[in-house]
Design a protein. Structure first.
Length: 261
């Protein structure tokens, strides 16, 4: 599995979250607490928003703890909205194209979890990505395929609905019971969205906390500091919307009476 953290609010240095805290994302790359894998050494990536509509991106296959460029960038880049990811591969190769975040236009996407049996569904997933988006398919991960299919199913106008349709799309690929574990963060540069969902009882962990001094929120796969009381646990089957100055909106991802179209 992987670890990730995201932030939306008044601009701060990326190092304030990625490096400075006691259990920062850099620390989690070698010693995670909540995931099945304590070591997340199969690469890392950042996507950050500034004045331009499309985010800046930096990825590498080195472990996050050993990359001096990451430390320098994080200590000099200030951003009002960013997503960061450290990777523990679930089977696909270690390469920059498989490192998160995945970015198309103004959208960025990171994921912790897996889609069970994806190696048997990969061809069907690739075929479900329409031609105008397929040239963005650079790697081989289930995460990138999920993101591109979601974009084709209305992510830009209805993020919640696109998540439902994408889950249903993957369910349609197989006659077997789908094994899916999702902890997702994504952004259009204006809002930060997060998803926690699993077809099993246990879903990948997801937390958020408010920064009163920054009029913003951090969202993470596990707390990056030891002030645990200020972190809120996101329940399984949740779709979350974060905006810098508004209270978060957290609703069920899939309603009990939901029926796929």
């Amino acid at each position: 599995m992987c670890r990730w953290a995201a932030y939306i609010g008044k601009p701060l240095y990326l190092s304030d979250i990625l490096i400075a805290p006691e259990h920062s994302l850099i620390d989690q790359s070698s010693c995670a607490n909540k995931g099945k894998a304590r070591l997340n050494a199969d690469g890392f990536g950042l996507a950050w928003y500034s004045q331009k509509k499309e985010p800046g991106v930096f990825k590498d296959i080195l472990p996050a703890w050993s990359n001096i460029n990451l430390a320098s960038l994080a200590d000099h880049i200030r951003s009002r909205l960013f997503l960061a990811h450290i990777r523990a591969s679930t089977g696909t190769e270690v390469s920059r194209t498989n490192c998160h975040p995945f970015v198309v236009g103004r959208w960025s996407f990171i994921h912790n979890g897996l889609i069970g049996g994806f190696e048997r569904q990969r061809k069907l997933a690739d075929m479900a990505i329409p031609g105008p988006l397929y040239h963005h398919r650079k790697g081989t991960t289930d995460s990138e395929a999920f993101f591109l299919i979601a974009l084709s199913l209305g992510l830009e106008t209805d993020p919640h609905g696109a998540m439902l349709k994408t889950i249903q799309c993957f369910q349609d690929f197989t006659t077997d019971q789908l094994h899916m574990r999702l902890s997702i963060a994504m952004s259009d540069g204006y809002r930060l969205y997060a998803v926690r969902y699993s077809t099993e009882l246990s879903a990948p962990s997801l937390f958020y906390k408010m920064h009163q001094s920054k009029d913003g929120y951090s969202v993470a796969s596990e707390p990056y500091d030891t002030d645990f009381e200020v972190w809120n646990v996101v329940s399984n089957n949740s779709f979350c919307t974060f905006h810098a100055k508004d209270a978060p909106i957290i609703v069920p991802l899939i309603a009990q009476n939901y029926t796929a179209a």
